[in-house]
Design a protein around this ligand. Structure first.
Ligand SMILES: NC(=O)c1ccc[n+]([C@@H]2O[C@H](COP(=O)([O-])OP(=O)(O)OC[C@H]3O[C@@H](n4cnc5c(N)ncnc54)[C@H](OP(=O)(O)O)[C@@H]3O)[C@@H](O)[C@H]2O)c1
Length: 443
């Protein structure tokens, strides 16, 4: 004999019926019985909201109330939980989330832009109302990294979080490597196939990854979210020669978001990074995401999975719904918002690590010696020097300049030293164009 379900249904109001919202509704309908059994409570979609009321979405919305205004829905007595799946750092997402929290309703969102910009104040509001603000889908999509950092790693001192957090960039870097494509061709291919947006700036410029690493930094270190502290460099400067050379050297290039505790403070950075081919992150190809966490008790663990897509993202949203259904609340980030510290910010100039430097060096006597001398002047020791690729000829107003691509791999040094050495080399007049610099993560 089955017991009657003890609780009243949990009534959701879902704002946003696009890729993620539609998948959430389909999974909730398809798995209604399983979820009710697992949670001891029926989950209902009591209200929905989107921009276009008449649009055929192929969704069974049952008897759900339709709201044209997400703020109105957030305050409605018809719902217990507000699920924000519209996107955007500003209104209506912000106003609606605030309205729901002020009305004492728990909120679930997939919105990294909102969290990165307003996470602190929204967390304070949720905690003051003793309701949940959950956002598992906001970083690394279907990978439950937020629950791992906030709950499963309780008591661990996290030292570093590094991740492939943008599927578009990883897809492009993978295709550039496998098919030997240049960046522009690869981007237009990715746009044609729907893997990159018409305006790809947020993805390829590293800004989407920055929003995600901002959230993960707060969870890892118990610090306030600080997007302005993040050093951001996108992938647009990566050439097929860089991909080929890193491959020959035993590395792969990935756009990483990194948050790391260092003696100089907490580094937050997003940039193309050479990772050893043997590392877990190097194995992650295509649109897949991955996060590696280093912590004192657990050591190192890597989570790999889908970072986007309707069903995978909905999986994370439904995990949050389950948490609310079970009545779990707690600090929104690792610590209560009043206890989150301002992250001691480590200047990028103090970053230490190995570097890949590609220079187009004038094909003339003394050029190599000048470069080696400038590196030595900054105490930079070189692990290897490679001269690969074809000679380039640049025709200016005067004589044609012939240059050759030269790749330097350094031992560990500082960002300040490498920048100064390269400025000096450029001022010596032995280079054609600007140097390419890619940071190496060896550990
Ligand atoms: N797609 C993914 O794979 C993915 C992965 C992780 C996280 N996310 C996050 O999930 C959220 C939703 O993404 P999505 O891909 O599902 O977006 P989407 O497909 O563009 O859908 C957005 C939905 O929000 C509705 N909407 C937009 N502005 C609105 C407004 N002013 N008032 C009412 N409704 C409004 C739209 O209504 P109409 O349908 O009527 O236009 C649409 O239904 C975003 O925060 C995104 O960053 C997405």
């Amino acid at each position: 004999m089955s017991n009657p379900l003890p609780h009243t249904p949990l009534r959701l109001g879902i704002a946003g019926l696009g890729t993620v919202g539609a998948s959430v509704i389909n999974i909730l309908h398809g798995k209604a019985d399983v979820l009710a059994a697992e949670l001891g409570r029926v989950i209902t979609v009591a209200a929905v909201c989107a921009r276009e009321p008449g649009k055929d979405r192929g969704l069974d919305l049952g008897n759900a109330f339709w709201f044209a205004d997400p703020v109105e829905m957030a305050q409605s007595s018809e719902i217990d939980v507000f699920v924000e799946l519209m996107g955007g750092a500003g209104n209506p997402a912000k106003a609606a989330v605030e309205a729901a929290l002020n009305a004492g309703k728990s909120v679930i969102t997939a919105n990294k832009a909102l969290l990165a910009a307003h996470g602190q104040s929204l967390a304070a509001l949720a905690e003051s109302k003793n309701v949940a603000l959950l956002y598992e889908a906001s970083a690394a999509g279907g990978i439950p990294v937020i629950k791992i950092l906030r709950e499963a790693l309780a008591g661990n001192a996290v030292t570093k979080v590094s991740g492939i957090l943008n599927g578009t960039c990883n897809y492009m870097l993978t295709r550039m490597e496998i098919e030997n494509l240049d960046f522009a061709t690869c981007l237009s291919e990715a746009q044609r196939l729907g893997y990159a947006e018409a305006d790809p700036t947020a993805d390829i410029g590293g800004f989407d990854t920055a929003n995600k690493i901002a959230i993960l930094t707060s969870l890892a270190f118990g610090t306030k979210i600080d997007v302005d502290a993040i050093y951001i460099e996108g992938i647009a400067s990566i050439t097929s020669l860089d991909i080929k050379m890193t491959d020959e050297l035993g590395y792969r290039i990935k756009l990483l978001g990194v948050a790391e505790r260092t003696p100089a403070g907490i580094e937050q950075r997003v940039h193309p990074t050479m990772v050893p081919k043997t590392s877990p992150l190097a194995q992650v190809m295509g649109v897949t995401n991955a996060v590696t966490i280093d912590a004192d008790a657990v050591g190192q663990l890597t989570l790999i999975g889908p970072g986007a897509g309707g069903d995978a993202t909905a999986s994370a949203v439904i995990g949050d719904i389950a948490e609310v259904a079970k009545g779990l609340t707690g600090p929104v980030f690792r610590l209560p918002s009043t206890q989150l510290e301002r992250a001691p910010r480590a200047a990028m100039q103090r970053h230490e690590g190995g570097y890949y430097v590609r220079l187009n060096v004038h094909d003339k006597k003394g050029a190599f010696a000048a470069i080696a001398a400038r590196m030595a002047q900054m105490n930079i020791s070189l692990e290897s020097i490679l001269q690969k690729g074809n000679k380039n000829t640049t025709k200016g107003t005067g004589l044609a300049i012939v240059s050759v691509p030269v790749i330097l791999i350094t031992h560990a040094t500082t960002e300040a030293a490498i920048r100064e050495a390269l400025e000096n080399i450029s001022s010596d007049g032995v280079l054609d164009g600007s140097p390419q610099v890619i940071r190496i993560e060896r550990g």
